[in-house]
Design a protein around this ligand. Structure first.
Ligand SMILES: *[C@@H]1O[C@H](CO)[C@@H](O)[C@H](O)[C@H]1NC(C)=O
Ligand SMILES: *[C@@H]1O[C@H](CO)[C@@H](O)[C@H](O)[C@H]1NC(C)=O
Ligand SMILES: *[C@@H]1O[C@H](CO)[C@@H](O)[C@H](O)[C@H]1NC(C)=O
Length: 242
């Protein structure tokens, strides 16, 4: 009976992990299933072998005030091109990545049904992003909510003021975690660690292995809990038998 139960648990765990390793979130523009997209544009092209974004989304990700989210990067004057490149990359990662399964959660929002929470970012990607935006200005720490959308694009809400980036985000960690309301988790892991997700990469997508690592670790916990529960159940059952 134990062997049978263990097998069952292992099998159900395995089936779950297969889905979560290669899937698209239920977002505003995501494809239903990941797959090849030969024509992905510029900064999104690293995902072309397996992507949750269409070619159209990848092109629009590079445009100011694109129809994707009508988001205005220049809400406190023109954003520097260096800084903007990171936001484009962030958009590519969000729209195209098929390996975010372990961090996808349901949300009750008008514009999407799922979001990502606490995706562990590689330190280099977070630091470079912050360094390249250091001389820019913004008026908000959380860019997900609280804008004035009355014009169709986001404007700084009344009462807010444009401040130096470093006053709004004193550290790379504060920026990476707060800007998209904890979609990202700051880590001190480097790109070679295999324990953090990379926004910038070339060649085969290194993030699949990372997702696999986190998925397997989470599962060990689940398996252990289930084992504990089953142990208890069997113990209780045998006590009643006597
Ligand atoms: C992408 O699709 C939208 C909506 O169908 C369209 O308005 C837009 O022009 C397209 N963009 C590109 C770059 O093809
Ligand atoms: C920010 O400004 C300083 C001083 O003007 C300059 O040395 C530095 O290169 C700038 N950094 C970026 C990322 O533009
Ligand atoms: C039980 O599972 C939860 C998550 O579902 C995990 O946080 C916790 O560490 C697990 N407990 C044990 C003893 O593994």
């Amino acid at each position: 009976m134990w062997v049978f139960l263990s097998l069952l648990i292992a099998l159900s765990g395995g089936a779950l992990s297969l889905d979560k390793l290669n899937m698209c979130m239920d977002g505003k523009h995501h494809k239903v299933e990941p797959g090849r997209e030969g024509d992905l544009y510029k900064q999104c092209s690293p995902w072309r072998d397996n992507a949750c974004c269409t070619a159209n989304t990848s092109t629009e990700a590079h445009n100011d005030n694109s129809y994707l989210y009508n988001f205005n990067w220049d809400h406190c004057g023109a954003m520097s091109p260096k800084c903007k490149n990171h936001f484009i990359q962030d958009t590519c990662f969000y729209e195209c990545s098929p390996h975010l399964g372990p961090w996808i959660q349901k949300v009750d929002q008008s514009w999407r049904r799922e979001r990502i929470v606490n995706v562990p970012l590689c330190m280099e990607d977070c630091h470079d992003w912050w360094e390249d935006c250091k001389n820019d200005t913004t008026c908000k720490t959380d860019w997900h909510t609280g804008w004035d959308w009355s014009s169709g694009n986001n404007k700084c809400p009344e009462g807010s003021k444009c401040s130096k980036w470093t006053d709004v985000f004193p550290t790379p960690k504060s920026m990476c975690e707060q800007i998209w309301s904890n979609s990202y988790l700051y880590t001190t892991d480097s790109k070679t660690s295999g324990r953090c997700m990379q926004l910038w990469f070339t060649g085969p997508n290194p993030n699949k292995k990372v997702a696999e690592y986190y998925l397997n670790n989470a599962q060990q916990h689940q398996g252990f809990n289930l084992t504990v529960l089953l142990c208890l159940a069997v113990a209780l059952f045998s006590i009643r038998m006597y």
